[in-house]
Design a protein around this ligand. Sequence first.
Ligand SMILES: Nc1ncnc2c1ncn2[C@@H]1O[C@H](COP(=O)(O)OP(=O)(O)OP(=O)(O)O)[C@@H](O)[C@H]1O
Ligand code: SF4
Ligand SMILES: [Mg+2]
Length: 337
Amino acid sequence: MEFDEIILQVKGMKKYFPIEKGLLRRQVGQVKAVDDVSFEIKRGEALGLVGESGCGKTTLGRCVLRAIDPTEGEIILRTSDGAMVDITALDKPELRQLRKEMQMVFQDPFSSLSPRMTVLDIIGEPLWAQGIRGKEMEDMVRELADLVGLNIGHLNRYPNAFSGGQRQRIGIARALATRPGLIVADEPVSALDVSIQAQILNLLQDLQEKLSLTYLFIAHDLSVVEHIADRVAVMYVGKIIELADTEELYLNPKHPYTEALLSAVPKPDPRLEERQIILSGEVANPADPPSGCLFHPRCQYAQDRCRQEAPALEEVRPGHYAACHFSKELELTGVAI
Ligand SMILES: Nc1ncnc2c1ncn2[C@@H]1O[C@H](COP(=O)(O)OP(=O)(O)OP(=O)(O)O)[C@@H](O)[C@H]1O
Ligand code: SF4
Ligand SMILES: [Mg+2]
């Protein structure tokens, strides 16, 4: 599918967390959780954001919604009335006004909610916050529950009466309550059984079509975003190291880290499993990153240059970006999808 209009543009975004020590909380270092990331999402598109634990996906997603303030960079959102707004420059009341345009779906939607809230309260809360009350609110909640496939007879129950999949449906209904255009879904199926994962992914795909939603879809595993994402960005230690159309990225990876992640995607032919590349060592520590290419301590193709010089993200084929000194020469193995 072709997408025209940019809905979100992120330019040079950084989020550094200070590391403090002692009673005086002296700053002794910083965690570069997101380090100079730029990308855009078109209206109606689903951008997958993938990488191992700790590489900065949640931090990036939270900065995009300005749940936390980025250290640096611009985050430009096209609002429903067509204006381009840099959300890093908004004050609190302006931000509150804009909140309804973008929402987050969480891995565990209830970790921050009271167990004494009914499903009606949970889904209705964002409406309540906008001054919608009483019967109008209840009618809207019923409509939302129906939209996500929840039994509307169960709205007065408490979330602990529901299965994981049902709870995620409640979380999705809540996120949709204000009719947002942009949804940041942060590992929405990671906590679910595999059989339920497919149901929730299908639901998210149906909703995207029905409501013309745009997704930033976060996962740590490439197999999860395969069907839902139009393009995929791969993150490693705070940086995007590869970005391309989904099919292109899977068939023709141009970064050794993506190749390793792809080798772990389950294959239809079990004989192909033997080719799995075992990534040795841990993800680099963002508080004490290695020199040169951040991936070099784990890269089977690393050469001297990689230890000294950091590769920039460059367009290696039209619309296909990779940050590796040797992406043009290496013959990396992808997977057919
Ligand atoms: N509030 C914070 N203060 C200090 N460091 C933080 C904070 N939040 C995140 N970090 C650090 O920033 C880095 C990125 O964390 P983040 O949660 O964004 O990663 P992630 O890719 O979402 O990982 P996961 O797959 O485990 O959810 C990690 O090193 C983490 O420890
Ligand atoms: S720049 Fe070097 S270390 Fe980094 S991914 Fe490419 S080959 Fe590996
Ligand atoms: Mg996370």
